[in-house]
Design a protein around this ligand. Sequence first.
Ligand code: IMP
Ligand code: MG
Length: 189
Amino acid sequence: MHDDVERILFSEQEILGGIDRVAAEVTEAYRGVDFTVVSVLKGSCVFASDLIRRIPIPLELAFVSAQSYREGTTSGELEVNYFPAGDEIEGRTLLLVDDILDTGRTLQALTDELTRRGARDVRSCVFLDKPSRRAVSFEADFKVFEVEDLFVVGYGLDYAGRYRNLPFVGGLRPEVLTSAAAGADRVDV
Ligand code: IMP
Ligand code: MG
């Protein structure tokens, strides 16, 4: 698996250092506020679990699950297949946590839908931000790192369902990205 990685962008140690910084920002922003961290499955499960353990104030945890119809590495139409129960959304202060902010469509759509369902406040926290790829004008309130326009894997991020368990973030070799596994697909975000 590691052989498919051409270069490492963020090591395990750099990642944990970045998360410490953002966890401190989140802690200050939500001190004294009842809030819920909403992890976007599947990609953000690794980030969310490291992040919440560095936030030493009360919080609740919820999940949303979305899938995107996409060609290879380009995001397409979003289908949300799991939302928290109504009372976990209505009147609540939510912090959406996602692995990467790319075109922005996923977080924009989830923010709009949670707001429509009655959330009081919806902010977002992303592990990675790829600003060069934005298709809608959406910015995260908290982010750990910015990345260039390169498809990355590891630390929760997948390619064709794999590599989420790598403890670091890396770029794949071009041969891997063009292999048969890349076909049009419905993928978890
Ligand atoms: P967006 O809706 O285009 O912002 O895409 C967000 C989703 O696309 C993320 O939650 C990821 O699942 C996926 N994605 C975007 N860029 C990458 C990448 O470089 N590596 C792995 N997944 C990515
Ligand atoms: Mg994904």
